[in-house]
Design a protein around this ligand. Structure first.
Ligand SMILES: C[S@@+](CC[C@H](N)C(=O)[O-])C[C@H]1O[C@@H](n2cnc3c(N)ncnc32)[C@H](O)[C@@H]1O
Length: 207
């Protein structure tokens, strides 16, 4: 395994490996990603403001990292926002920004420590992807979101996407757990660093 935190984050096979990679990367993560032209935060914030009402509260930022995708939402008055992430180092970066009403260390893929129907909207940027949150993470997001809540998430959409992720989304649709609202076109999410990586932003409404 490469020693670079970015490579370790891609290659992680367990939550412990992902946590260690992001703890080590936390202080330089945003500078490194922004140098690649990281587009997901801007795209997901634009979609979120179009499909989530301004008074939706509370909001969960699942896999919040250092909070880069929450910055425009906070500036526009969305909130209060709760952030969860498995990396304590990333949560410390987010805490310094003062955007979140609460920040908690939690692991997507395991049961989340929230009541059913707790959140009015969920944003999830760059997290539900191999080496990070597994496909079944969607089930817990649906459980803790209220009926009518919109879950706005990014998903890799190039040839290297693992079929288990779209299959999990379709499974929840066929089960009547949520319905599709919107999907963006595929865009180059890191055009100056990883030009082959494409993402889409999706919006699903919990039923
Ligand atoms: C690519 S970063 C995205 C961070 C932020 N949302 C953004 O768009 O910049 C992935 C984040 O997901 C977190 N993460 C990875 N696997 C996770 C899991 N299973 N549960 C919770 N957080 C996870 C990492 O610690 C990291 O902060």
């Amino acid at each position: 395994m490469s020693d670079r935190p970015v490579d370790r984050s891609y290659q992680a096979e367990t939550p412990e490996q992902a946590r260690s990679a992001y703890d080590d990367w936390a202080e330089s993560y945003e500078a490194d990603l922004c140098a690649t032209g990281y587009r997901i935060p801007a795209m997901i914030a634009a979609v979120f403001t179009r499909y989530v009402p301004a008074d939706a509260a509370p909001i969960l930022d699942a896999g919040c990292g250092g909070g880069i995708q929450a910055e425009p939402l906070a500036e526009l008055g969305f909130g209060p926002m709760t952030g969860i992430d498995l990396s304590e180092g990333m949560l410390k970066v987010a805490e310094r920004k003062g955007l979140y009403a609460a920040l908690k260390q939690q692991v997507m893929g395991e049961r989340l420590d929230f009541e059913d129907d707790q959140f009015a909207a969920i944003i999830c940027s760059g997290v539900i992807t191999p080496g990070h949150a597994p496909p079944h993470s969607f089930q817990e997001l649906v459980r803790i979101a209220r009926p009518g809540a919109r879950i706005v998430f990014s998903l890799r959409s190039d040839a290297r996407q693992k079929p288990e992720y779209p299959a999990a989304i379709d499974g929840l649709t066929h089960a009547g757990a949520w319905k599709h609202v919107f999907s963006s076109r595929a865009f180059h999410s890191m055009p100056y660093g990883e030009p082959n990586v494409l993402h889409k932003i999706h919006v699903y409404e919990v039923l």
